[in-house]
Design a protein around this ligand. Structure first.
Ligand code: KIV
Length: 275
């Protein structure tokens, strides 16, 4: 009992929301990655990754679908439970999959499942104006929430493809406004996917909560990438923001350590990864 309290004095205390808030305040970059199983979770932990996401990208990289739409709650819980067993230090976040949060009640009961059955500490949901009330409701029930803005893969059939978001002035203004409204509603982290670097910078500066980016430029408070992309396991054309960290590394462990170092030293993302 109280293992985490006992470990606070150790040199590797578990990452919490307070740790992440302090990192933003101090200007120290947050290094995050997705993960789907216990063996990689152990490697991510020893590479000192700060935040681990059991993303619904598992539908594409594990299950072989073209999109994240077919992923179910049971799929995310299965993988989250495995990842949780391999982690000690990183903060564990899990995705609410497609259509698992159409109402406040469903969002709450599925978030509780991710936490109680999956071992997640925070849930992430793809967000816009429609999700503000849901975020407020989850926050009022003491659920830690990450609001995902920008490219939202669960909406890909409606929006017409995996495309950079927020390029036009009105779309950028709307994203800034929604990010602020989601923060006021109680989001503890904002995640920005595939947007111009200047917009990533502006949102990061305007929010008090940590902002983690994927293809959102070098100025967000942290970076996240899909594990299989940085280990060069994913085949086919990769997004512009992906860097293959196996290049020059002798092992997966070394590649992961190089990624964490590159994020902390603001060497990743470089100019060629930006929109
Ligand atoms: O599911 C996922 O892997 C994600 C990342 C792209 C951030 O949401």
């Amino acid at each position: 009992m109280y293992t985490h309290l006992q470990l606070r004095g150790s040199d590797r205390p578990p990452v919490t929301l307070s740790t992440l808030a302090k990192m933003k305040e101090d200007g120290r970059k947050i290094a995050s990655l997705t993960c789907y199983d216990a063996s990689f979770a152990v490697l991510l932990d020893s590479a000192d990754v700060d935040v681990v996401l059991v993303g619904d990208s598992l539908g594409m990289v594990i299950q072989g679908y073209d999109t994240t739409v077919p992923v179910t709650m049971n799929d995310v819980i299965y993988h989250c439970r495995a990842v949780a067993r391999g982690l000690h230090r990183p903060f564990l976040m899990a995705d609410l999959p497609f259509m698992s949060y159409p109402s406040k009640a469903e969002a709450l009961s599925n978030s509780v499942r991710l936490m109680q059955e999956g071992g997640a500490k925070m849930i992430k949901l793809e967000s816009g104006a429609t999700q503000i009330e849901i975020v407020e409701f989850l926050a009022a029930h003491d659920i830690a929430v990450c609001a995902h803005l920008g490219l939202k893969p669960q909406s890909v059939h409606k929006t017409g493809g995996f495309r950079v978001q927020g390029r036009a002035d009105d779309a950028a203004e709307l994203m800034i406004a929604n990010a602020k409204r989601l923060e006021s509603a109680g989001a503890d982290i904002v995640l920005l996917e595939c947007i111009p670097s200047a917009l990533g910078k502006q949102i990061t500066e305007e929010l008090h909560v940590p902002v983690i980016g994927i293809g959102a430029g070098p100025d967000t408070d942290g970076q996240i990438l899909v594990l299989y992309d940085i280990l060069d396991i994913t085949t086919g054309r990769k997004p512009r923001f992906v860097q293959n960290f196996m290049q020059g590394a002798g092992s997966n462990q070394e590649a992961l350590a190089n990624y964490v170092k590159a994020v902390r030293e603001v060497r990743y993302p470089a100019a060629e990864h930006e929109f």
